[in-house]
Design a protein around this ligand. Sequence first.
Ligand code: EPU
Length: 425
Amino acid sequence: MDYFQISGGKRLRGTVEINGAKNAALPIMAATILCEGEVVLHNVPDLADVRTMEHLLNKLGVSTSHEAGGTVRLEVKDEMNCHADYDLVRRMRASICTMGPLLAKRRKAQVSMPGGCAIGDRPIDLHIAGLQALGADAELVSGDMVLKAKRLTGTELFLGGPFGSTVTGTANILMASVLAEGRTVIESAACEPEVIDLANFLNACGAQISGQGSPRITVEGVKELSGCEYTIIPDRIEAGTFIIAGAITNGEIRLKRCRLEHLLAVVDRLRQVGVNIEREGDEIVVSSSRRLEPTTITSQPYPGFPTDLQAQMTALLCLADGNSMVTEKIYPDRFMHVAELNRLGAKLRKEGPTVIVQGVKRLIGAPVMASDLRASAALLLAGLVAKGETQVNRVYHIDRGYEKIERKLRGLGADIERLNRPTEE
Ligand code: EPU
């Protein structure tokens, strides 16, 4: 099993290129189920999750082929299979993004119910309620959600839940409603850039969607979608992680191919902490003062501070001069990194959905265990600055969402190696 061996303390310097967004690429790949003809996607990141989605799509009769530089060609060849089985859904929750397109195009979707995961309980009740509102019958059969509809009919529906809207739920309803009869209005839709990217992709295939990026999306159903050529947006979470890597090592780095306008809440908090972030042409330059100020962070749906950067920001605040507070409003249990950061000498105390961060002068290297994608990234960031050696175990979590992260960090001067030990407890 692979692990990262990091020798902390190197200031990062240089330029890093940001890849396409995982959370845009996955639903857009699933949306190709809806299309007649070939879809050509550019800027698709080379990630474990993307390969899992490809594998699932292959099973669902979609052919896929890769070209250099992140181009993937996809085309539906066979519409018989409508079953996303447990084996793949348990490996990657985003497999549920096939539910909306299967139902709309093949009139049936059988998708294994995803269980809980390391970041907490993640229900899909809003996805199901939305699809039922469009006319689907839903039934749970041996752990699979089976949805059927002779036809889907546009309607007005409300997609808000106790923690705000749902990103992949909005994606599923969008993908189902593009081929529904008549007009669908999705109220309390997720406003994330990845949802906008999906809507823009669907429009490029002939859909009629408006209002994406706002809480009210309107869809005028069309008879069919064609293929198209489309470029995935840059990954704002990868960009945010590298910005924090620059900040935590007191370095100076440049980010290429990244959209600062997708990161305004993060930039706001980082500037408050004392990190300089400037746009220079189409690059972003990050540098930080030695002294980091404490701050308060609350994760919220977009355009608020993203939950997917909460753990990485917590790692940075461990080294601020004073006490910070980090509150999680999307996944109240997403704090698996807390105990591991404390192993590195951080002073974190969890109280309900909040972590109180007492800044320390330095972190000290130790072996730590990754638990989920973003928690792993936080441990890696802490390792970059911890004194001595840090081993981040179970890096397969990181490989799900960051392309060649150790190579990119080495390119910036970090002392990090991917090593392998045959077995791990
Ligand atoms: N929720 C419900 N009912 C539902 C769906 C969601 O109550 O039917 C709740 C969730 O439990 C959570 C909140 O609503 O409290 C928001 O969840 P959401 O559905 O928006 O999350 P998701 O679509 O499953 C996507 C990303 C996550 C990211 C969240 C929040 C993808 C493939 N995944 O998940 O990304 O954390 O939105 O922004 O887009 C990651 O990349 O590491 C990751 C976990």
